[in-house]
Design a protein. Structure first.
Length: 248
């Protein structure tokens, strides 16, 4: 497949999106699976990208290891593990297109609402919600991550209103999704998707993922915090639109 120019171009673009997402541009990584699926199908695309996600996690977690919120990870991780299990158990019967369409609509609505709330540079006070709500969003994060590596929007919906410092937001995302991605490995093994062909493609693309992640880290560390959340919401709206288009 690496000799197919269309596949190679699509795969490289998907990996660059993953790298920038791991570097801190939250949401971009969720575009990678539907993009690569155009060239090889959704299940194979997800299997190829999982080792690449894990490789990017190493750079991301190391880069932001001193700035992550332990409380948020502790609240969301148990639910995320449950969501992964649900996604694996229902892999054969899930209406994936309908789920992605619903996620797309919610992402557009949430991103648009937050841009309206924060219009004109207004910054609302940090919002807190109960750990039970956080655990529920954890389930949604693990579930959508398992079926399409699209756990970013549910994570952002619960965490972004808390207005963490932007490096802490990125670090929390890095740690949580590193744990989620490792937790998905047994499910993909059980589904028989880690073939030698898929792993060979993943290995060939990992260097590009690492370089892209480092580039994302470089840009995030130089970005003004007050602009970061605006970018997050814009990316959520763009991602929501992409999910809707792919669903139909």
């Amino acid at each position: 497949m690496l000799s197919d120019p269309l596949f190679l171009f699509t795969a490289c673009l998907a990996v660059i999106l993953i790298g920038f997402a791991k570097g801190g541009f939250s949401g971009l990584g969720s575009l990678a699976t539907p993009l690569l699926a155009l060239a090889c199908g959704p299940v194979q695309a997800a299997a190829i990208l999982l080792p690449i996600l894990i490789a990017g996690d190493v750079v991301s977690v190391w880069s932001f290891r001193h700035s992550w919120n332990r409380r948020i990870v502790a609240i969301m991780l148990p639910g995320a593990l449950l969501g992964i299990g649900i996604g694996w158990a229902m892999a054969a019967s899930l209406p994936v297109a309908a789920i992605m369409a619903a996620l797309g609509i919610i992402s557009i609505a949430f991103g648009g609402w937050r841009l309206w709330v924060e219009r004109g540079g207004a910054v609302p006070a940090p919002a807190q919600s109960s750990p039970i709500i956080g655990a529920a969003f954890g389930i949604a994060t693990g579930f959508t991550s398992q079926i399409a590596h699209a756990g970013g929007p549910p994570f952002q919906m619960w965490v972004s209103p808390q207005r963490l410092p932007h490096t802490e937001f990125v670090g929390t995302s890095a740690v949580l999704f590193a744990l989620i991605n490792w937790a998905k490995v047994p499910a993909y093994v059980a589904l028989g998707e880690f073939s030698s062909a898929n792993l060979t493609i993943s290995a060939a693309l990992i260097p590009l993922a690492l370089l892209s992640t480092l580039a994302g880290v470089w840009f995030i560390r130089r970005m003004r915090g007050d602009k970061f959340y605006t970018l997050v919401y814009i990316l959520m709206i763009a991602l929501g639109g992409k999910l809707l288009i792919d669903a139909f």
